[in-house]
Design a protein around this ligand. Structure first.
Ligand code: XMP
Length: 528
């Protein structure tokens, strides 16, 4: 059995800020902003008890925004005892309303609500004086903030003073410095709030006394120590996919335990151009890691012979991958630990994720439950951008650290129809041109993904006076924040022109190039 989640979820010797999650996406953004201020933060559910908070001894607590009203039946409310712990606390949006309600102020439908940008004025200490709150020491006397609320605090709780207002929220900020409880009606974590990050920093550094010690090198040190104590002198294996998560996880574990680590790279024959060489050069060459390269293209293509159905393709690839990995792992018999590149958003979402299944995702790391390994997950407290920063700090090459996401089943789900070695060749060559030209245009990092798709149909063309009957290639390029939704990228015409002419001239078997202009929804990013 794969062992359950294990180990500390964050480096305990750092100051930790607990972000209490009241729903929606706000909590993740707050946690990221706190980390950008170099203070470690973790998201906790609103059901956490005061005793559990006290046991964690955080440097501060932040109450996030949320989609509900505190007056709604079933609204998420935290244990009121948390506000009695003496821990510096910041309530944001819904959080200010929670603080007001639990400490004896009053929250009401003020009538108008505020949505979007509005101006905020910190209350001066006296008529011409400095702002009355340390939170606003470093920001202008009036600035724009992002609001999104219907209810508002109409009366601050006893002991609190009002420290700022907006046109429709007379209590847009309040605090009780004695109890170190602060609250804001606006969202300092969103980019549209001018000075928002500065306000968060003032709370973290001035109120909570946090030190800015959460840096990529402290992350690496903590992960190295934790991996060492978890695995001792035992052997560890790690599946490499060519993607950034498994690469950074492998490099971190290697830093921790050196040649106790063996990496396994399964070449499915469905990878992007240069991927296998890149993995070889980086891990065997640069890092001198023990690397087993399993050449399995024939086996995968054999298993996929004549299969056109997308779900069957995914299933076959997933199963074949597991078989190959199991056989390889059996040859490395004494390894007891398996590295997984699990990220923090996976941890936050697991358990709450109940979305309808659109596609059965095959994760390269998604190995079966009955494999006798204990998991090593050195990235489980990190967001994707932090994983990239760690990768850079560890010296991984830019091509790996900044590589666009690539689906586990690889090029197979970009060939719409049955898969043959020749079709994989065509798609790989076209895809390499897309990547090269998008990079050359300086757009590679801005795009979430940009790639080629090969629908297995043929169309008539004319090349050098001759009739051709060959495949079209479709260019797919999207912008996105998290792949849940995406927009088709408005690629410049001259880039599209170069793509069209290079693909048709350089890739045999292609006589037409088309552009996919579908957002997600209604489309998905991949074609299958
Ligand atoms: P879709 O096509 O569902 O893709 O809009 C969303 C994101 O997920 C990637 N993707 C996968 N990743 N295994 C993966 O690890 C898979 O089976 C898989 N299918 C899609 C896709 O590239 C996009 O970034």
């Amino acid at each position: 059995m794969i062992a359950g989640r294990h180990g500390p979820s964050g480096p305990s010797r750092l100051d930790t800020v607990l972000v209490v999650d009241f729903g929606a996406q706000y909590a993740q953004l707050i946690a990221r902003r706190v980390r950008e201020a170099h203070v470690y933060s973790e998201i906790v559910p609103h059901t956490i008890s005061a005793a559990e908070v006290a046991a964690r001894a955080p440097a501060a607590v932040i109450y996030s925004g949320g989609p509900k009203s505190v007056h709604q039946p079933g609204a998420p409310l935290p244990d009121p005892g948390i506000l009695d712990l003496g821990i510096p606390t910041l309530g944001i949006c819904y959080g200010i309303q929670v603080v007001a309600q639990q400490l004896g102020g009053s929250v009401d439908r003020s009538g108008r609500g505020e949505y979007g940008r509005t101006s905020f004025t910190p209350t001066p200490a006296d008529d011409a004086g400095p702002p009355s709150s340390v939170l606003f020491d470093q920001v202008p006397p009036r600035f724009d903030v992002w609001m999104s609320h219907f209810d508002a605090v109409v009366e601050a709780p006893p002991g609190f003073r009002v420290t700022g207002s907006s046109p429709d929220a007379p209590v847009a900020a309040m605090e009780d410095p004695q109890r170190r409880i602060y609250a804001l009606q606006f969202h300092p974590e969103v980019a549209h709030s001018d000075g928002g990050q500065q306000i968060l920093k003032s709370f973290l550094y001035e109120v909570a006394g946090c030190r800015p010690t959460w840096t990529m090198s402290s992350v690496i040190d903590a992960a190295v120590a934790s991996v060492r104590s978890q695995v001792g002198d035992q052997r560890v294996i790690c599946g490499l996919s060519g993607g950034v998560d498994s690469a950074v996880a492998a490099a971190l574990v290697h830093k921790a335990i050196g040649d106790q680590l063996t990496c396994v790279f399964v070449d499915t024959g469905l990878l992007r151009a240069g991927e296998a060489e890149q993995v070889e050069a980086t891990f065997r060459g640069q890092f001198d890691i023990d690397l087993v390269h399993v050449e399995a293209a024939g086996r995968f293509l054999g298993a996929l012979d004549d299969i056109a159905d997308p779900e069957r393709k995914r299933k076959i690839i997933g199963e074949t991958f597991i078989r190959v990995f199991e056989e390889t792992a059996a040859g490395l018999g004494d390894a007891r630990f398996l590295v997984q590149g699990t990220l923090y958003p996976d941890i936050i979402e697991s358990g709450t994720k109940d979305a309808a299944r659109i596609k059965s995702h095959h994760n390269v790391g998604g190995l079966p439950e009955d494999m006798a390994f204990e998991l090593v997950e050195p990235l489980r407290s990190l967001f994707k951008d932090e994983v990239r920063a760690v990768g850079e700090e560890l010296g991984l090459p830019e091509e790996i650290v900044w590589r666009q996401p690539f689906p586990g089943p690889g090029l197979a789900v970009r060939i719409v129809g049955t898969i043959t070695a020749e079709r994989v060749e065509i798609l790989r060559a076209a895809d390499a041109i897309v990547t090269e030209e998008v990079r050359r245009a300086g757009l590679y990092r801005q795009l979430w993904q940009s790639f080629a798709v090969l629908p297995v149909v043929r169309t008539v063309g004319v090349q050098g006076d001759e009739r051709t009957y060959a495949h079209p290639v479709v260019i797919r390029a999207v912008t996105s924040d998290d792949a849940m939704t995406a927009d088709w990228a408005r690629l410049p015409y001259d880039l599209l022109e170069r793509l069209s002419s290079r693909i048709i001239n350089e890739v045999p078997g292609v006589n037409r190039v088309a552009l996919d202009i579908t957002s997600k929804p209604p489309g998905t990013i991949e074609w299958e």
